[in-house]
Ligand binder design. Structure first.
Ligand code: HEC
Ligand code: HEC
Length: 216
């Protein structure tokens, strides 16, 4: 049984790799993986296994993202409580070059699809701890959030299967990321975010980043 399951995975992962090479953003194979993740979420036994494997494979990530997914540096995002689907799809983006970061772009392609799934399930399961952000929230940040951001990221900033959680991310990461979106930085290209924040000034972006960073 275990043998056949492994054979199945080898076949499936090599199929995914072939497709990814032939066509960098193969939505069909990513969607198949997202369905697999949904199945894992629904089966306690499979989830337990994914959590155990994920923790082993995530060793490589701990020195930056923290053992419990709470980032150890302010420019590095938390992975804790991030939606598993978002973690997986962003990882795919680093692997196929749509998103770029010196370390992430090297790490992502070195893991198998199954490992990426298990790692995503592992970090998504961890709670976000509160951190000292060094910025205070004000009414301006709240106003921008409540008029522009809540529609996709939710009133609490926790996102859903489709949109990432942003609540409680380190302020430095949020500010840098919002500027990247606004300036169409190749690291974060082709995002709906670019249009959404186009008319916000740098001061607006700082205010909304401060608000979001302090959301629980
Ligand atoms: C040397 C530090 C470092 C290591 C090690 C590292 N990362 Fe990252 N990771 C980063 C940085 C920095 C970013 C943010 C890049 C950016 O600004 O777009 C990031 C971004 C991410 C993102 C996107 C999150 C988001 O909210 O946008 C995911 C997912 C991720 N890393 C997963 C992993 C996993 C899984 C591992 C281990 C296999 C790992 N990282 C190892 C530094 C690291
Ligand atoms: C139309 C839907 C939509 C709206 C409105 C929106 N976002 Fe986003 N946001 C997204 C999507 C989708 C992503 C995923 C990244 C991507 O596609 O590039 C994202 C990503 C982000 C990220 C990066 C998260 C990460 O960890 O990588 C931040 C930060 C963010 N949004 C903040 C905001 C803020 C602040 C606002 C309000 C000013 C806002 N968003 C409004 C859809 C939206």
């Amino acid at each position: 049984m275990k043998f056949w399951r492994q054979c199945f995975w080898v076949l499936l992962s090599s199929a995914a790799v072939c497709c990814a090479q032939a066509e960098p953003s193969d939505d069909a194979s990513v969607n198949a993986m997202l369905l697999k993740m949904q199945r894992i979420e629904q089966s306690p036994a499979e989830k337990q296994l994914a959590l155990e494997h994920g923790k082993e494979r995530a060793l490589l990530c701990f020195r930056c993202h923290g053992e419990d997914g709470n980032s150890l540096r302010d420019y590095i995002p938390n992975l804790a409580s991030q939606n598993a689907a978002y973690l997986f799809t962003q990882f795919e983006k680093f692997a196929n070059g749509q998103r770029e970061n010196y370390v992430m772009s090297k790490l992502a392609p070195s893991l198998t699809t199954e490992e990426r799934i298990d790692i995503a399930v592992y970090f998504a399961d961890k709670p976000v701890l509160s951190r000292t952000q060094g910025v205070i929230s004000d009414a301006k940040g709240k106003k921008i959030y409540d008029s522009l951001c809540y529609a996709c990221h939710g009133t609490t900033g926790h996102g859903d299967q489709q949109y990432p959680r942003i609540a409680g991310q380190p302020y430095v990461f949020l500010e840098k990321t919002l500027l990247s979106f606004k300036n169409n930085d190749p690291q974060r290209r082709n995002s709906p975010m670019t249009g959404v924040i186009q008319n916000l000034t740098e001061a607006d972006l700082k205010a909304v980043a401060a608000w979001v960073s302090n959301l629980p």
